[in-house]
Design a binder for this molecule. Structure first.
Ligand code: SAM
Length: 273
């Protein structure tokens, strides 16, 4: 692996991105190795780009996202050429926000441009499915050509699929590793109240996800689940014999000083590493 490949970063900003988990990751990866890698809630793919597995299946229920990845994989020079036609100005942003192109590379460039120059990088659409995030007034250059080329290389042996996470079961086999990072359903807001995310990924989806994990285990494959550290979620994903850890973004949890409520992230895994 070359030095350049080691430094590939996600090319998108993504809500719930897991870059912060990378420093803890070695505790969760099977020591004896794994066969193929699966990421059924791909988003910005921070863990995939970090691990750079030889063979991977990457999927998400966001069709524009998956089409953008496919263009980066197969047509990266055209996407870069299209990106170079855009300017980081309010006028260009709002023009592109309205636009749809015939050309797939231009649509991927539009997706990346809006993601890099928007207010917070969150992908949000209105009821008509139109992207509606405001302009971000960010100074940062929105084209990272070197990283896009590296990302394209990392994606070469990947199968990219637009589908629900359950469809990924079709490809999961013994000794594969599945990294599962769903949207969170429950969080504590600043007042300590629980907020439910009804529209995106409701509690029924979490129960579906629990059954999906049971199926992965039956196939003797490995899984690593991240989720909100919340009692209700912990109950759903408690699996006899599997490891449950709580994290905050600064440090791995454990020890006598740990106390409840401090940890926002839950990790459940059958990796014994
Ligand atoms: C928390 S984000 C993943 C973030 C990613 N790990 C990263 O580092 O950027 C969750 C992703 O799940 C996708 N998603 C939501 N519901 C889904 C479903 N039913 N099946 C597959 N993907 C889904 C969303 O589009 C979103 O990209």
């Amino acid at each position: 692996m070359s030095q350049l490949e080691i430094n590939t970063k996600p090319f998108l900003r993504w809500a719930g991105g897991k870059s912060w988990l990378i420093k803890h990751l070695s505790s969760f990866i099977p020591q004896s190795g794994y066969n193929r890698y699966h990421e059924p809630f791909l988003g910005g793919g921070s863990i995939f780009f970090h691990l750079k597995p030889n063979r991977a299946f990457l999927s998400d229920l966001n069709q524009d996202l998956i089409e953008t990845y496919s263009q980066i994989k197969n047509n990266v020079s055209s996407v870069i050429d299209e990106l170079k036609k855009f300017e980081n100005t309010e006028e260009c942003y709002y023009q592109l926000r309205q636009a749809q192109f015939e050309d797939n590379a231009a649509n991927a460039a539009r997706f990346i441009f809006l993601n890099q120059t928007s207010f917070n990088g969150i992908y949000r659409v209105n009821l008509k499915g139109e992207y509606n995030v405001p302009y971000g007034y960010r100074n940062k250059d929105f084209i990272d050509e070197k990283n896009l080329l590296l990302a394209s290389r990392s994606l070469k042996n990947c199968t990219l699929l637009y589908n629900d996470f359950t469809d990924s079961l079709a490809n999961i086999k013994k000794n594969d590793l599945v990294f599962i990072d769903p949207p969170y359903t429950v969080t504590h807001n600043n007042n300590g109240f629980i907020k439910y995310n009804k529209n995106l990924f409701d509690l029924d989806s979490q129960f579906r996800l629990s059954k999906y994990i049971d199926e992965i285990k039956q196939r003797d494959a490995y899984y690593i689940l991240t989720n909100a550290a919340h009692e209700e979620i912990e109950k759903i994903f408690y699996k006899d014999g599997d490891k449950v850890l709580k994290l905050n973004r600064a440090s791995l949890i454990g020890g006598k000083n740990a106390h409840r409520g401090q940890y926002s992230e839950l990790i459940v895994t059958n990796v014994k590493a």
